[in-house]
Design a protein around this ligand. Structure first.
Ligand code: FES
Length: 102
């Protein structure tokens, strides 16, 4: 069994050669929002959900990006509503959000 039920990595990269780095789309703020929301829902910790920062995940052109393990599902997002949908649908209920998948 995995240590975390879902381990979520937010690319928050700002520097590098990418033309539109994920943090140009408020990735750090979205990651902070997701982390706070998961904590608020009491879903964080061992056996549950972990939200982490990541450097460039090399999918800059499709960004901003996150990846959810162990399913290895990649998403992009625009705003907090998208993050809420990923939390509610995928992380809480195991339903992949097809419209945000990349
Ligand atoms: S800057 Fe986010 S994937 Fe490269």
């Amino acid at each position: 069994m995995s240590y975390y039920q879902h381990h979520v990595f937010f690319c928050v990269n700002q520097r590098g050669n990418c033309e539109g780095c994920c943090n140009d789309y408020h990735a750090q703020a979205m990651r902070d929002y997701a982390k706070a929301r998961i904590k608020e829902l009491k879903l964080s910790g061992k056996g549950k959900i972990r939200i982490n920062n990541a450097g460039c995940l090399d999918r800059c052109n499709e960004g901003p990006v996150i990846v959810v393990y162990p399913e290895e599902v990649w998403y992009t997002y625009v705003d907090q509503e998208d993050i809420d949908e990923i939390i509610e649908s995928h992380l809480k209920n195991g339903q992949i959000v097809e419209r945000l998948k990349i």
